[in-house]
Every structure is written in C-alpha cells, then in structure tokens.
Design a protein around this ligand. Sequence first.
Ligand code: UDX
Length: 454
Amino acid sequence: MNVSILGTGYVGLTTGVCLAFLGHKVTCADADEGKIAMLENGEVPFYEPHLADLITEARCNLKFTTDYSQAIPGAQVIFIAVGTPPGPNGAPDLKYLQSAARGIGENLSGGFTVVVNKSTVPIGSGNWVGSLVREAFEQRNGRKSNGNFSVASNPEFLREGTALHDSLFPDRVVIGADTAQTGEVLYTLYRPILDQTFQPPPYLPRPEEVGAVPLISTDLASAELIKYAANAFLALKISYINEIGLLSEKVGADIAQIAKGIGLDARIGTRFLQSGIGWGGSCFGKDTAALIATAHEYGLEMPIVNAAREVNRRQRERVVDKLLGELRILKGRTIGLLGLAFKPHTDDLREAPALDIARKLIERGARVKAHDPVAMERFKREHPDLEVLCCETPEEVARDADAVVLVTEWPQYREMDWEAVAKTMRTAIVLDGRMVLDRARMSRAGLKYLGLAC
Ligand code: UDX
C-alpha cells in the first residue's frame, strides 16, 4: 500500500520503517529539514537499537521529504505521528496535530484515504481531525470532500529502546474506526503483523511465544481511551510497587521477592513491578496528566491516577532524602550519577529522573558529576543550564565522590569493577536507585549499599 507518515519522531519513524520493511511504499514527512537530511543520509536523529539497520534494509520502499505535497497525494493511509507535548495545564498542545490535519486536507487527492491518529491525542481528537481535514480540503478545492477520506485511531504501544521489537511483535493491534471500510484498509495494512507472515531480520528474531497477534477492532473513542488507560495502568503498577517498597523497607522485607511473589499470580503479572526511582519518559507523565485533564472536563476526579503521579514524584525526593540521611550535609559534597536517560537503551531525556535529582542536589549545594553511555551529548545540548560535569567513564564519576547513585540501570553499570571503584571514592557509598545491584557483592567490594526500598 502507499503510506505516508507525518512526523519522524520515535513513533512515526519506527512505524514508517517497519511498514516499509513489510513491503509497503512509505513516505516519511517532517517539517524539520535537518532531520530529513540526516534520514536521507541513512542517519537516525535519535538513538534506537537497530533502527538504522532496518532503514538500510527497507531503503527501497522509503522516501523522506519536508513537503506535504510530495507525501500526501495518492497515499492510501496517512499516519499522523507528530508531537503532542504537554501544555501548561497538563493537556497536550495540539498545534502540530492541527497543522498536520490541515496539511492533509490541503493536499488530499486520489482515491479513498484513511487518516490515522497515531500520536497520543485527547479523546475526541478523531472527530476534530476529521473536521480540520474536511475544512482544509473544501477551502482548497471549493467543493465538498464527499467521503474521500475517513479518520481512524491506531494507538501505538512501543517502548523506546525496544521500539522495533514492539512494533513487529506487538501484544495486540488496536484499530478504532467508525466505518467498516476504514477498518478494512488498516486490517490489510497490518495483515503481515497480525498473521506474523513476514521473515524478521536476524537481529530481531521472532520470540518463540509469538503467534497470531490479536486485533481489537473498535470505535474511535474507545481506541483513544485504550491508549491512555494502558499507559496509566502501567504507571500505577510501578507506583504501586514503589509504595509497597516504602512499607517493605520499614518492616525489613525484600521488595524484589515481594514483586516476584505477587507478580507470579497470573492475574497480576511480573512485568512493570521493578521498584526504584519510578517512571520518566515522554509518555507516562504526559498521559496520566492528560487523562486527569480530560476527566476534569467531564467533572470527574481520577484519584488513583493522581496518587500514582504523587508517589512517582516522591520517589525522586527519596533519593535526596536517602543521601541526606547518610551524609547529613550535602553542601560541598560530590555526588555521581550513573545514567542520565530516563531508562536504558535510549538517549531520551524527557522527564528523566536524573534531571530532577541533579537539580535538587545542586540546589542543596552539592557538586554533581554524571555519565551515560549514549545520552551525554544530548544532555549537554538540551540542558546547558544544569551544572553537571559529564564524565567520559563511569569510573570517573565515582572518583573522589561522596556517593554514587545508580539512576539508569544500563547493564554496564552492574558489570563495573566495583572493588576498584570503591577505592577511588571519597566515601564509598552507592545508592541503588533501580534496585538492581547485589547488596552482598557491593559490601564485598567495600561499598556501603543503600537501596531506595531497603
Ligand atoms: C511507555 C509504554 O510502555 C509504551 O507502551 C508507550 O507507547 C510509551 O510509553 P516508554 O516510555 O518508552 O514506553 O518506556 P517504558 O519501558 O514503559 O518505561 C517507562 C518508565 O518506567 C521508565 O522510566 C522506566 O525506568 C520505568 N519503569 C518501568 C520502572 O520504574 N519500573 C518498571 O517495572 C518498568
């Protein structure tokens, strides 16, 4: 099929590249000329494992452009995957969505086109996008659009760092459409994924347990709400284990065992029960805020979602409290942060706990050093105001530090020679913000081990 993707962020680019890999003809459009120039040279504007490899593999089916008049005419499916950053009151800012919808209307030509909302959009946006496309089409062409397009919602559930895996082997595909014809078009588009009939590349092998992928075919509003409800549930699952972690620490219990003990109940599930600093990233914070903002419009409170956000905020404060409890005074101390990105295998710093923690420590007069395997350049570019000394190696972060905090659980931090590290520190204290280090091993290495939930 001829497919266009508007927006080449994590969601848009990954979706476009995967569809091209599956054999569709895909044009990716973005207003950012720099990004498009990079993509044309085979470079990826952000860090995502194997995305560059898959672009190379799918190159013959991929085009990149900044020009909607190149991308839109003739497309059977147009995905809107532009950014919807949070606005001041928690509701997402929809200016890019609005301009994409207008751009579609102005350039629409050819046969029946399905316009798909892929960005996380407020509930009801499907109808809004439809009216914007229609209006722009009618203004440009001086005639009614007469059903030459329809709008669908197809939320994505991909995680940064495993975006390709999540797109090619999803747990489910959700399609929200108000007409059968629209649903059919998207069903055809996703058929290779739904039936798992494609040959995956060697670096993305199909997991053994993956069979046919369930399709949830529903109305627009339900698809839109599924996305929010899923992200909010994952967020509150993390906050739940972190809340239990507080009590677990008081009674001297082991939070990892508790997570396992409850997670093995199939009704609960083991995933997203890793306790620690809590969630960051572009989705959970924004989507929980948006869910609350939407509920307010209907006169509803969302006490559970609100509480999950509050618990998450407190976890970051706990890092500073733990350090204070141990060091007593933070003024003049040197604290090393291992990891800046909001989670491993990405260079994304949006809502990254490391930023908040660094800010709080600096406010208290501490010096902050940090390392991240892939996010340091981005950090320097995006946060020049934050006085954090970026170090080439994690060992350098620890040298002469009064404590190091494991903020992002990159695998290499676990494998460090902690014994050697301990010897170079001013006071050998490690605060395990992700509860992934082995306490006994740290003690053997000569470090005082502090866990966020123990
Ligand atoms: C998330 C959703 O998982 C995905 O479905 C949606 O489309 C986008 O938002 P992402 O933000 O990329 O994906 O990362 P995810 O792996 O979900 O982790 C989010 C945050 O939660 C990270 O900061 C991570 O460190 C934290 N987390 C995750 C925990 O603290 N504990 C866990 O058990 C799992």
